[in-house]
Design a protein around this ligand. Structure first.
Ligand code: ADP
Ligand code: MG
Length: 363
């Protein structure tokens, strides 16, 4: 399915679930986090935007009493009966987890198709959760923030990833043409319009180091320990870092989100770029969640004409960088960064130009 349409989804649906049912269609986007990395689970500030890649679900009631899911990406099917919504340690947990927290049990046929690269730091997981949640709700209304909270709960409690709320929040509530600056403590948000004379470009390193999952858990635990050491409930409340490197990243990154917001409002692209690079250095040296390939992409990008700044985006240990590039230099940037990366690692990086997309809804 090159270009996803309702017709292409309906055709795939009919192939996997023969019968007369006509499915409904749902969609939820992936995201790029502009700035505010590893701050969400510390109840701090983040500034993500949804991207043009989405996960789509075609859904209709099933007639065998079971919940079925088929992923076109993995060419793999799962099914559950009312008593079998238990974690199995595979991709089906995202579906079963959402079913469990949302509606407990719903006999449905789900066909899942995603454009979001998985494990690349663009949040294919939240896109999957939100699109499945809408499919299972089947048009029933739910407060968007409640939906977002439930999808996060599915990932925390069922999949077992101790993530913050950013990914589900932006996939659920994104607005077209704007990023959101989210306060992950009170869940208030405001829309942030990016200056017109800049393009957000993600570069996929195409690597994912195994260390990522365990390091994420370790960082969550280290932040809790740092908060205890500082005598605060969480690192959002910290005003100093007490010499702790993890706390220094979180405290300084929260401040950078606020500075970035001001720089956006002032149209100060150079300041925005500087903050990107400062964020990357903090993630590289203080938080220690970058990797050689991401550092190489950032170090290379900032030497290329028309690049205001670059940083890793997402959890780290691979995945994507995000770059702020002058519109008339994007083609040259793409050629240059992919060539230098190929020469160094013999890997074909993928480049995605992104404009802020709308959040989850019917398709
Ligand atoms: P990210 O959210 O950055 O893409 P995660 O590790 O959080 O990375 O989530 C990726 C996982 O989500 C995949 O390994 C898979 O289990 C699940 N997933 C995402 N999209 C799909 C899909 N279209 N089909 C099946 N599983 C998917
Ligand atoms: Mg994820």
């Amino acid at each position: 399915m090159a270009c996803v349409t309702r017709e292409s989804l309906a055709a795939e649906f009919a192939r996997h679930y023969p019968g007369p049912a006509s499915p409904k269609f749902w969609r939820a986007p992936g995201r790029i986090n502009l700035i505010g990395e590893h701050t969400d689970y510390n109840l701090g500030f983040v500034m993500p935007m949804a991207i043009g890649f989405s996960t789509y679900v075609a859904a209709a009631p099933s007639h065998d009493g079971k919940l079925h899911a088929y992923s076109t990406n993995l060419n793999d099917a799962r099914e559950w009966t009312p008593g079998s919504l238990q974690p199995a340690g595979d991709w089906g947990d995202y579906v079963a987890g959402v079913a469990k927290v949302l509606v407990d049990y719903q006999p449905m046929n789900l066909l899942i198709h995603s454009e979001v690269p998985t494990g690349a730091g663009l949040s294919s997981s939240a896109a999957l959760e939100l699109s499945v949640a809408l499919a299972l709700l089947d048009g029933r209304m739910m407060e968007p923030l409640d939906l977002v909270r439930l999808c996060r709960r599915a990932e925390n409690e069922f999949v077992g990833v101790p993530c913050g709320i950013m990914d589900q929040f932006i996939s659920g509530l994104a607005k077209e043409n704007t990023a959101l600056r989210i306060d992950c403590r009170g869940l208030e948000y405001e829309v942030v319009t990016l200056p017109r004379d800049v393009v957000v470009v993600a570069v996929n390193s195409m690597v994912k180091h195994e260390l990522g999952n365990s390091a994420y858990r370790t960082r969550v635990a280290e932040c809790a320990a740092a908060a205890r050491m500082l005598g605060v409930e969480n690192l959002r409340e910290a005003t100093t870092d007490g010499g702790d490197k993890r706390a220094r990243h979180v405290v300084s990154e929260n401040a950078r989100v606020e500075e970035f917001r001001a720089a956006c409002a002032a149209g100060d692209l150079h300041k925005m770029g500087e903050l990107f690079v400062a964020s990357h250095r903090s993630l590289q040296h203080d938080y220690e969640v970058s990797c050689e390939e991401l550092d190489f992409l950032v170090d290379t990008a900032i030497t290329i004409d028309g690049v205001y700044g670059a940083r890793m985006t997402g959890g780290g240990f691979g995945g994507c960088t995000v770059n702020l590039v002058a519109p008339d230099q994007v083609d040259a940037f793409e050629t240059s960064i992919t060539q230098v990366y190929r020469n160094r690692y013999q890997i074909e990086a993928r480049v995605y130009r992104s404009t802020p997309a709308a959040g989850a809804g019917p398709f």
